[in-house]
Structure formats: C-alpha cells, structure tokens
Design a protein around this ligand. Structure first.
Ligand SMILES: Nc1ncnc2c1ncn2[C@@H]1O[C@H](COP(=O)(O)OP(=O)(O)OP(=O)(O)O)[C@@H](O)[C@H]1O
Length: 626
C-alpha cells in the first residue's frame, strides 16, 4: 500500500521556489534567511503526497486491473507477514536451543560437582576407614597386650598355687613321716616292753621247741641210716641188683637228654619249613602256612613260577647305561644259580621310588631264585629278640633249594656304623649277628641291600658288598617312557577291555606323554606310577567316566605342585642325607631338562668320613647357589 501514499516514489526535495499551482495561500515570505526558512519547513505540511495518492487512487479505480493489483498487494503483504512469522519462529527456536544449551551446561556443571562431591566422600570414607582400621589395630594390639598380661598373671597365679600346693604336700608328707616314725617308735617301745615282761615265758617256749626239733631230727636220721644201710648191704651182697640199678639210671639220663635235643631240632626244622620268619615281610617262597592262609595266591604264584623265567628288566624303565649294567648283573646271577656258584652281594642306592625293589624282585624271578624282602626298620623294635630273629631268617633262607635273594630295604636303619652314638646295644648285637651270618660268600643267599643313605653303613657292611649300583631319578626320556607305560597300564588297557566304566577321549596320546614328561622333571618312577592311578581315579569319578586330555594335564600339574611341596618340606639336611642335592633348590617348572639334573653323587662315602657330595654339571650356577 505504500505506493498508495506515495512512499515508493522518490521524494522531491523542497524547493525554494513557490509552487506552480499557485497555492498562494501558503506562499513563503520572500525575504527570509536560510535558517528561518529551514525552521519553517519543519512545520510545513506537504500535501503533494496526498494529492498524488488521491490521483493514484483515482487512476486505479479507473484501471481495469485495480482488483488484481489489490489482490496482488494483499498476497505480497501476507507473504511478507509469513516471512516475518518464520523469522519469529526461527528466533524462538534459537531461544529454545539456547535454553537447552544452558540446561546442558548446567547439568554438566552439576554432574561435575556431584562427581567431585562423590570423590570427596570417597576420600573421606577411605580416610575414616583407615582411621577405623588403625583404631581397630591399636585396639587389637591393646587387647593382645591385655591378654598377654592376663595370661602372665594367670601363669604367675598358677605357679604360685602350684608352689603352695607343693609346699602343702611336702609339709603334709613331712608330718605324715614324723607321725609314722613316732608310731613306729611307740610300737617298738611297746613291743620291747612286752618282750621284757614276757622274757621268761618266751625263753621257756624256745627251749621246749628246740628240744622237740632235736629229738625229731635224731629219730629221722636213725631211721634213714638204718634203711639205707640195709639197702646198701643188700646191693653190695647182690651184684646183679647193683648192675641193674646203674644201667637203669644211665638209660633214664640218656632218654631225657635225647628227647630234649630231638624236640628242639625238630621244632627248628619244622619252623624253618612251615612258616616264614617274622623279619621277612614278603617272599615268593612256598610255605605250608602261607598256602593254607592264601591258597589261590599260592597256586597262581606256583603257576607263574613254572612259566618261562621273565625278563629281569620287563616293566622297569631305567637309563640305558644303568639298564646295561643291570642286565649284565641279571645274566651273571642266573649263571651263578645254574652253576651253583657263589652269589655276589649288591647295594642299590638312590632316591626313593626309583625301582630298586622292583628290579630286585624281577632279578630273583629271572634267575629262578626265591626272593624275600625285609625292612631294616623292623629290626630295632624287636629289641633283644632281634638277634634270634636274624638267625632264624638266615636259617630259613639256607633251607631253600632254589637259593634266596634276600632284599633288605632301608638297610641303613639297622646296619648303622657301630661307632655311632645313636645305635642301641640291641641293635649293635643284631648288626653283629648279621655280620656273623654274612661273613662268607654264600651259594644259597644273595644279599641285596637298598638304601637312600648308604654313607651311614658300618664299614664291615661295605666290606661285604661286591657291587654298588646307583638308581637316579628318571631323565626326560625315561620319564616319557614311564608315563607311556603307566598311561597304557592304568588308562588305555582298562578302557580297551571295555569291562569297566572308563573311556578316553580321542587325542594324540604320544604328544601328551611327551608334554607331561617335560612337566614332571624331578619326579620319581613311583610318583609317575601314582599319576597313572590318579588318571584312572579321575575318569571313574567323572560323570560319564571319560578322561580328557585337559584332565590328564591338570592332574599332572597338581601332582607336580604336590611333589614340589613335598620337596620343599624336606629339610636341607634331609635332602643332602637322602642324596638328592639337586633338590636343594628346585628349578621352576619350565626350566630345561639339562639344567635340572645338575648334580649326581660322585663318590661313595668312606667309612669314617661324612658323605662327600660333589655337584657336577653346573650349568645354571646361579640357580644352584640361590
Ligand atoms: N624305574 C622304574 N620303572 C618302572 N616303574 C618304576 C620305576 N621306579 C619306580 N617305579 C614304580 O614305583 C613303584 C615303587 O618302586 P620301588 O619300590 O622299586 O622303589 P624303591 O627304589 O625301592 O623305593 P624305596 O627306596 O622307597 O623303597 C614300583 O612298584 C613301580 O610301580
């Protein structure tokens, strides 16, 4: 509409000239100054615009497009209004956005404050906690101190009471003693007085008794003398009677002595054959008593004995060099048996569970001998009966036709040095008896001693030994063979039989055994055999009776940990004594094999000196020094 009022047109500058239309009514005074004119201009109403508007309105009214123009102008106006509205909306949106931003900032600020507050709270709580802990600890210490004091006081009081009690008892005893003495004295005095008073009567009685005794004895002597005299007279006069009496007496004496000797010989003979001596724990020898007690076992043993002699090293896993030595010994022993030669005495030494007993049994079986196992530790508890038991055992062994391999486990327990202060009189006597029975080479008894500490043997025992064999802990290869052996025996065989509830997962058994061999460094053959038993037990214990590879590894790791714990429990002295110096400092599980077996026993001890242990192959010196 602006054009209506003439806004759209350029405004004409006010001119100084008078308007042409002769609007003379408003004609300006001619002689006005410029400032006056300007002041007047501001009060003047310019009607030309109105006139122009009226003119335009008239023209418009006359125009054919007046309506359209009006519509157009309305449209333009509404468009402009909408634009304004949109701008207002934009402004409002911007204001809302600003409010949201403000809120976010406020929220952020509040969150930070909250965080800070939480932190402060936490710190305060921690501090308070610390304070409480310190206070509690102080209280505990105080409490402990109080307890100690109470305990001390109690102890003192108990000690005082005890002292008082003892003093009372002593006093009581003293009084009792005094009373007793007084009573005895009074009694003695009374008796003396009574004796003194009855002296005459007593003397009379004694005299009468003595006279009676004398008469009785004289009469008996007279009677006996007359009887014997008559008998002797008759004997001397009759010579036949004399001879018969002498013969009878001699025969009676002979009969008594013969019966006594025969009874003891028969008893010893029967004892030696029927039962096994008390000292022998286990034997392969047939005995009547054992056959009655365990008939099935005896029959199965007898059947096994009739079979071909087994290999001495079957089922025994050892290092190749040791295996070769033992094979030579087995062959020599067998030939000795065949040729009825003299057996050689052996000493097997080394850590426990390395196969000493196992090999000895196999050796006896292989050579066709009987074996008998006794334990050195059984001798000491027998006390003074030990000597008789040792003699009995040797007597029993000597009666064997096949020959006996006498295996003495833990031999050091009773074959100690005689000079040792620890050895008792009974044990010394037992050792002497043993030395006496083994002084000569025997074609009946092969002595095999096993010990973890042979350095303690008496020198005379060392003198009796012909061969000494060291059984070391199994190396990597031997461990692998052992694990294979026991995995097969305790897991694969029962699983393949199918009779028992045992299944094994499918995996590479060989690889597993090799892996486990690496993990079990330092473990003995016995420990590895127990591993096999543990696998079997784990399979039976599982829900489906299935043994997995992981189970095998876990059980093995457990066993290794247990083994390490056991080794740590051993005192250093025990480790040295039991010839396991390489266990003084156990290597970590992943240490390579060659670094583990760093030490071996080099020298057997001299008789008097303490064992000399030489550590060789020190590859990881630092580890050992630790
Ligand atoms: N070298 C080995 N080969 C196969 N099995 C072995 C070996 N060493 C030990 N074992 C297993 O350990 C068990 C115990 O071994 P053995 O009784 O022979 O040991 P040891 O050396 O006599 O021990 P200790 O000194 O404690 O008497 C054996 O029955 C066997 O199952």
């Amino acid at each position: 509409m602006s054009w209506l009022f003439g806004y759209s047109r350029p405004q004409q500058p006010p001119t100084d000239e008078p308007p042409a239309d002769g609007g003379g009514s408003a004609a300006a005074p001619v002689n006005l100054t410029k400032a006056e004119k300007k002041a007047m201009e501001s009060y003047r109403f310019d009607s030309s615009a109105l006139e122009r508007a009226a003119q335009a309105a008239r023209e418009l009214e006359r125009s054919r497009h007046a309506k359209d123009a009006l519509e157009l102008s309305k449209l333009q106006e509404s468009t402009r209004q909408q634009e304004q509205m949109a701008k207002i909306k934009e402004y409002e949106a911007a204001i809302e956005q600003a409010k949201v931003d403000q809120k976010r900032v406020d929220h952020e600020e509040r969150r930070k404050t909250l965080q800070e507050e939480t932190k402060q709270h936490q710190m305060r709580a921690q501090y308070q906690d610390q304070l409480a802990k310190t206070r509690y600890e102080e209280q505990l210490v105080q409490h402990q101190r109080n307890q100690d004091e109470i305990l001390k006081k109690q102890e003192e009081s108990v000690a005082k009471q005890e002292a008082m009690r003892r003093a009372t008892v002593e006093h009581e005893m003293e009084l009792r003693e005094k009373n007793k003495l007084k009573a005895i004295e009074a009694e003695a005095r009374a008796r003396a007085k009574a004796d003194r008073e009855n002296r005459d009567i007593t003397l009379e009685q004694i005299k009468l008794k003595a006279a009676e005794n004398r008469t009785t004895i004289l009469e008996s002597i007279q009677t006996a003398g007359s009887v014997i005299g008559t008998g002797l007279n008759a004997l001397v006069t009759d010579w036949d009677k004399t001879l018969a009496a002498a013969g009878g007496l001699s025969l009676v004496a002979l009969g008594v002595y013969t019966a006594r000797g025969a009874t003891s010989v028969t008893a010893r003979f029967i004892e030696a054959r029927i039962g096994k001596p008390t000292l022998v724990n286990e034997t392969s020898r047939f005995s009547l008593l054992e056959a009655v007690k365990h008939p099935i076992l005896t029959i199965s043993r007898a059947i096994a004995n009739f079979r071909k002699p087994s290999d001495a090293l079957a089922g025994v896993v050892l290092a190749p060099t040791l295996e070769k030595r033992l094979r030579d010994i087995a062959i020599a022993t067998k030939n000795t048996k065949v040729n009825r030669g003299f057996y050689r005495n052996l000493l097997m030494y080394g850590p426990p569970g390395t196969g000493k007993t196992l090999f000895s049994k196999k050796l006896a079986k292989h050579s066709g001998m009987d074996y008998a196992i006794m334990t050195g530790g059984d001798v000491a508890p027998m006390g003074k009966h030990a000597v008789a038991a040792i003699h009995k055992m040797f007597d029993w062994a000597n009666t064997s036709r096949k020959g006996v391999l006498l295996f003495i486990d833990e031999a050091d327990a009773f074959l100690h040095k005689r000079s040792s202060a620890q050895i008792s009189e009974d044990l010394r006597a037992a050792l002497n008896a043993f030395l006496y029975r083994t002084s000569d080479q025997s074609s009946r008894i092969m002595l095999v001693l096993a010990s973890n500490t042979p350095q303690q043997f008496d020198s005379a025992i060392n003198d009796r030994l012909d061969k000494m064999i060291e059984f070391g802990l199994p190396g990597l290869e031997e461990r692998e063979r052992l694990i294979r052996l026991y995995f097969d025996k305790f897991v694969l065989q029962p699983a393949s039989e199918g009779k028992r509830r045992l299944n094994v997962d499918q995996f590479d058994y060989g690889a597993l055994c090799a892996n486990l061999a690496k993990r079990t460094a330092g473990m003995s053959g016995r420990a590895l055999s127990k591993l096999g038993v543990a696998w079997q037990a784990a399979a039976y214990a599982s829900d489906d009776g299935r043994l997995t590879e992981q189970m095998c590894i876990d059980i093995c790791d457990d066993a290794v940990q247990d083994h390490r714990q056991k080794m740590e429990w051993l005192s250093a002295e025990e480790k040295t004594r039991s010839m396991m110096p390489y266990l003084l400092d156990l290597p970590p599980l992943d240490i390579p094999e060659e670094n583990i077996k760093q030490a071996t026993i080099k020298e057997l001890p001299e008789t008097k000196e303490e064992p000399k242990v030489k550590l060789t192959k020190r590859k990881n010196k630092e580890d050992m020094e630790k």
